[in-house]
Design a binder for this molecule. Structure first.
Ligand code: ME8
Length: 517
């Protein structure tokens, strides 16, 4: 049976244009989607925009626009950036679409029918940036300011509908404890567990509709209330599949992809995904996603990127990097610079150094040396390997480690492990060329078979490295593979060593990664 793989990104707020953080999660999701698609899995990749909520209402008012006008304007920036970055999402959901709004109402209807929602009144500290009420103790700890953006918390009091979150938390704790994969990385899982142990109150899930100027999804049981934006937003992962069924043309269209394989998110929104969302699903009697993976934050010179500090790597800067290097280099660097799950600092200097070391002098140089030598010594045709011996062992072992470990690395969302293995293989092969000195052997006709083995080894090694880089650097890896005469899908599994490219006709091409000063 074909394996399904459903990967999602957060749906991004449309109060502002995209930046590096948004592109990070989306690129990671795209790499997973491409990787598993290439292995024949049935992949579904969803991204989209979060368009309701007070934040959008305010941003629109500041610009003299309606929220819908703002959303329509900003969504284009996300969609065009994803196109530029070669993102292969299968669907793009906007929470203002009727297919979503109607299903959120159906979800609320079901929860009301199950007595999972009740009416109460809420008074508390509210973080307008995060759109969440903050407990008294958290508010005090942070001097009544937002822990995220430092803005003063606001005192809110209003009648509200509540979801019985506290009823479900014991079951959630059990689930988290029994499923080590559910919240990743492990450190984040422990954070969630200790916060849960401190106790959780029921969740206010509605807002007075008039406060939102009518922008939002109306509570189906009370037209004076709108659905709290997080309940609306989280539901997108399920509604985009045409679930629950409501009798329209989207019904169950992607039902086979549920439960999601992984929700990729930033650590800023882990609590919502690891607590609110699974509890809602349990209350609805819907299976839980397999994994919620929270990656870290990009910082700039050690400081958190924020709009107030003006230090975000913006859409314009992303475009500059893509012009100076390439889209693929940008994609690669985001995965290479940081262990997925940890925080990382974005620096143009590190990008340049890593690019020159690993791409220009690494895989780029290996490819051009290989293609040039095969051109010179074997008239451009990859020769069959002779007997492989001790000199080849390190290259072969590195290649096998890369090929056999790739799927495991990607199933564990360890992009860095895969990239480390690519670097090891490329370095081992460049060293191998230096040690075996094919340029000397070429002068000695009695060494013809040895020279053929070396060429076949180099060709196979660089082919494997490029094939594994393809989901990360789709355009460049393909150009490299074409130089090796590989037209169809890149071979990912090992064949008998040195056999893979036998007879392939190499084509000299542009250097993949010209050195940067
Ligand atoms: O939170 N480093 O939307 P959002 C890394 N609409 N990633 C970052 C980042 C940084 N400095 N800054 C942002 C929302 N991100 C909600 C989500 S989901 C049901 C609703 C990324 O536009 C990261 O993926 O504020 C983070 O989770 C997301 O942008 C937040 O995007």
């Amino acid at each position: 049976m074909t394996k399904t793989f459903y990967v999602t990104t957060p749906i991004y707020y449309v109060n502002d244009v995209p930046h590096i953080g948004h592109s990070y999660t989306t690129i990671a999701a795209d790499i997973l989607a491409r990787f598993f698609r290439a292995r024949g899995w049935d992949v579904r990749f969803l991204t989209g925009t979060d368009e309701h909520g007070i934040k959008i209402v305010k941003a629109a008012a500041e610009k003299g626009m309606t929220p819908q006008e703002l959303a329509d304007q900003v969504v284009v920036h996300f969609q065009s950036l994803w196109k530029e970055l070669n993102i292969t999402n299968d669907d793009f959901i906007r929470t203002s679409q009727p297919r979503h709004e109607k299903r959120v109402q159906e979800i609320i209807r079901q929860l009301v029918a199950k007595d999972e929602i009740y009416q109460g009144s809420y008074e508390g500290w509210y973080d307008e940036g995060q759109e969440e009420f903050v407990t008294e103790s958290t508010a005090r700890e942070n001097e009544y300011k937002s822990a995220i953006n430092g803005k003063p918390l606001v005192r809110y009091s209003e009648p509200s509908y509540f979801f019985r979150l506290s009823k479900w938390t014991p079951k959630l704790i059990e689930h988290i404890e029994a499923n080590a994969d559910f919240i990743q990385p492990a450190a984040r899982r422990n954070e969630v567990l200790s916060k849960l142990a401190a106790g959780v109150e029921d969740l206010s899930i509605s807002r007075a509709k008039e406060k939102l100027g009518g922008w939002g999804i109306e509570m189906p049981n009370d037209p004076t209330h709108s659905v709290y934006v997080w309940i609306d937003a989280l539901s997108n992962y399920y509604t985009a599949l045409g679930r629950p069924a409501i009798g329209d043309e989207y019904d169950d269209a992607g039902a086979k992809y549920w439960p999601a394989t992984v929700h990729l998110i930033g650590k800023d929104i882990l609590w919502f995904h690891a607590v609110y969302w699974p509890c809602m699903l349990m209350a609805l009697d819907v299976p839980l996603p397999r994994t919620v993976f929270a990656h870290g934050w990009w910082t700039s010179n050690g400081k958190k990127m924020s709009k107030s500090l003006g230090n975000f790597v913006s859409r314009e800067q992303i475009a500059e990097i893509c012009t100076e290097y390439s889209v693929d280099v940008y994609r690669w660097f985001l995965m290479r610079a940081v262990t997925f799950g940890g925080d990382g600092d974005f620096s143009a200097q590190t990008l340049r150094t890593k690019y020159n070391t690993e791409l220009a002098n690494g895989v780029g140089n290996l490819l051009s040396r290989t293609v040039n030598m095969i051109g010179r010594y074997f008239e451009g045709t990859v020769p069959p390997a002779g007997e492989v011996g001790p000199d080849e062992q390190e290259v072969i072992a590195s290649a096998q480690r890369l090929v056999s470990g790739a799927e495991q690395a990607m199933r564990n969302y360890q992009f860095h492990v895969l990239l480390d293995d690519v670097v090891s293989l490329v370095d081992a092969t460049n060293r191998y060329i230096d040690q075996t000195a094919p340029f000397k052997l070429a002068k000695d006709p009695s060494q013809r078979s040895r020279l053929a083995t070396i060429m076949a080894t180099c060709a196979q090694a660089v082919c494997i490295a490029l094939a594994q880089l393809e989901p990360i650097m789709p355009t460049t890896a393909r150009l490299g593979l074409e130089q090796l005469g590989v037209d169809g899908p890149a071979p990912t599994e090992s064949a008998a060593w040195g056999e893979r490219l036998k007879g392939s006709i190499v084509k000299k091409g542009e250097g993949l990664f010209p050195r940067k000063q």
